[in-house]
Ligand binder design. Structure first.
Ligand SMILES: [Mg+2]
Length: 450
């Protein structure tokens, strides 16, 4: 979209204000509110931010401004505040793209793939919890009657939340995303709302806006919407199941489909190589797709009240089998089930694309699909089959990330060194800050034990 076309759209839509947006490492949506009268300046100079104040962007208070340059193709009028439109921006410093900005990192990874005539397309299953905060500070599902141990797909829970869910659905369609399903999920107060897949950059931009919309709509109802991976220890966590496929850049031909697949999953040889790449880099990848201390309470083997975590514990792939880290629900695409709601989509897709393309380049073979129920297979059996577990904590995952040269190259480098080292240093501090606290669980276990 040219600047003049963008101005035409803005006038046509009756938009008065623009959010000039970018995200930092955690995926926090940062914005400046810019009146449309200042659009020429916004497009030419960008919106100025003190990067250090935004969050982890490898900036200090002594650094010059981040100037966020809008990507006109990302223009989206926000139906929940229709006089405002969002423009996702690429962060620059002193005229250069800033290599610690997640959107810049994914853009560069996508450009490298395009040099091989490849585009990563991605769809995400957005799970979130709609919660009410009690006067004592505790949290409960938005609907206080939503207490069943098997709430998944319950039409009654769906009906109670109908106004909220249909509003989100209409807004998704108004933005041209193609909402196609909405359900009550496996935890009390948990919902999932789906929209059509697109190229990974577009899907990332949309996910950031969706989270902002969910937050805004919940707040208007006096509620909290959270994508936090595990808000309740005894309930299923918030995943971000991610569906991936490669396409040709020049002719938009799908590359993951093959009806003649000898393994019977409807996948091409390239898709299997991509799977092998993701499995080979699964340990380091986990730091990026499960990037919080809380993430590691979602993945693992211990089931919540509903009977299953629906999250992977092991590095394995299979057919239409939800106990695997990678599921192949049908031919033509793969579903990576490790990512959770706290994943920054730009960074998650960079990691998955880098790992997958490494498998393609090495012509790696993932072996035959695993048909077991990995939620019930004993640990001895798992070990005997040579299946490895995902890292147990964020700290372990960070160690795996910095040891992974493919991911290191995929995230690139900048003024302060490689992004993976910066990411790991921020996350190691986060781990210490949270785990240094003495918890109720520790008091329960140790106060009078010895
Ligand atoms: Mg789900």
């Amino acid at each position: 979209m040219t600047p003049d076309e963008l101005k035409g759209r803005i006038a046509e839509d009756g938009v008065e204000f623009l959010y000039a947006m970018f995200v930092e490492m955690h995926g926090k949506p940062c914005a400046k509110l810019v009146p449309v009268s200042a659009i020429d300046d916004l497009l030419e100079v960008g919106a100025g931010f003190a990067g250090f104040a935004a969050g982890p962007m490898s900036q200090t208070p002594a650094d010059p401004d981040i100037l966020a340059i809008p990507d006109p193709a990302s223009y989206t009028r926000l139906p929940w505040q229709p006089n405002v439109a969002a423009l996702q921006c690429d962060a620059t410093v002193e005229g250069e793209l800033w290599p610690y900005a997640p959107r810049v990192i994914l853009r560069r990874a996508m450009e490298r793939a395009a040099e091989q005539n490849l585009v990563l397309k991605a769809g995400v299953e957005v799970e979130y919890s709609l919660l009410h905060r009690n006067e004592d500070g505790s949290l409960r599902p938005a609907d206080e009657r939503d207490t069943s141990t098997l709430p998944c797909y319950d039409a009654r829970g769906l009906t109670t939340a109908l106004d909220h869910l249909t509003t989100v659905s209409r807004h998704m369609d108004a933005m041209g995303w193609g909402n196609y399903a909405n359900d009550h999920e496996d935890a009390n107060g948990q919902f999932e709302q789906n929209f059509q897949y697109a190229d990974a950059l577009t899907t990332s931009d949309r996910l950031i806006l969706l989270r902002l919309m969910l937050h805004t709509l919940a707040r208007r109802q006096g509620l909290y919407a959270t994508v936090m991976p595990k808000p309740f220890a005894d309930k299923t966590g918030n995943g971000l199941h991610t569906h991936l496929s490669l396409w040709t850049a020049d002719s938009d031909e799908p590359l993951f489909h093959d009806d003649e697949d000898a393994r019977g999953l409807g996948l091409s040889e390239m898709a299997y190589r991509f799977i092998a790449g993701i499995l080979d880099h699964a340990q380091g990848l986990t730091a990026i797709v499960c990037p919080t201390v809380n993430s590691f309470k979602r993945i693992g083997v211990g089931p919540p009240d509903s009977g299953a975590t629906w999250a992977p514990a092991y590095v394995a792939y299979g057919g239409n089998n939800r106990t695997q880290m990678i599921r192949v629900p049908e031919g033509g695409r793969i579903e990576v089930r490790a990512p959770d709601g706290s994943a920054n989509p730009y960074l998650a897709f960079t990691a998955l694309l880098s790992a997958g393309l490494d498998g393609v380049a090495r012509q790696a073979d993932p072996g035959d699909p695993n048909g077991d129920n990995l939620f019930s297979l004993g640990l001895d059996e798992i070990a005997a089959r040579g299946i490895s577990a995902l890292p147990p904590t964020l700290l372990h995952a960070c160690d795996d990330l910095v040891a992974d040269d493919v991911l290191r190259a995929g995230f690139g480098t900048g003024r302060d060194g490689d992004y993976v080292d910066y990411f790991a240093s921020v996350k190691r501090t986060e781990f210490r800050t949270i785990t240094d606290r003495v918890t109720e669980a520790e008091l329960d276990a140790y106060l009078t034990l010895m």
